[in-house]
Design a protein around this ligand. Sequence first.
Ligand code: 3PY
Ligand code: MG
Length: 233
Amino acid sequence: MNGAKLRARLQAGEPITMFTPHHSSSGLAARLVELGADSVFVDCEHGTWSFEDVRETAQIVRSAGGAAIIRPHSHERPIIIRYLNAGADGIMVPMVDNANEARAIVEAVRYALPADHEKRLVVAMIETVEAIANLDEIAKVEGIDVFFIGPGDLSQDMGFPPAPAFGEPRPAEVREKVAEAVGKIRSAGKIAGTLVTADELPEWLEKGVQFFYIHSDPFLRRGIAAIRQTLAR
Ligand code: 3PY
Ligand code: MG
């Protein structure tokens, strides 16, 4: 399992990328790794991946040298266990609002894999104002490898749309809230992650974020728009 490989690199201070293929395609997921992604995001909170898709994709991604990070749709213990059994190199659990919820996730992983839980990466998503208020306590929970701020849900929690218009920055209030969360995670000596565009990445790298979730769709969008522009001349 390649979760341990990611953890070792993060602990050595390296930045790690996690790209989403957006579509439930094991071939596309493996291609992202062949092109240089460290890991691939398999989104079972919003996506259409079945358990069999998850098993097959994790296997193919791993054989290409990457890691498959699965996001379950909830904290439910049987769901977390089932994705681990299906071969997740890591799990990224949405909406972790307090330390008790974070502890329950770690316990589920350890219950599922008493002998080799260290081979999987455990990511807790911090996506509400409440979670950021509780972050000093959440960050103390041993067994969470990455504390990941989800700016989309956080934006909605703060009364903004989940994403700005394509190519535009997020509202300053949201960026400041994300920076506050990154500061708390870093002060606790823990690893911070967040969703970035290629344009946003340098700023967050500078602020100490190490785990970067990146959408692959904008690359297609920009590439196709450029071709259409050339043809329209
Ligand atoms: C969010 O931004 O809410 C996410 O879940 C992903 O980053
Ligand atoms: Mg979210």
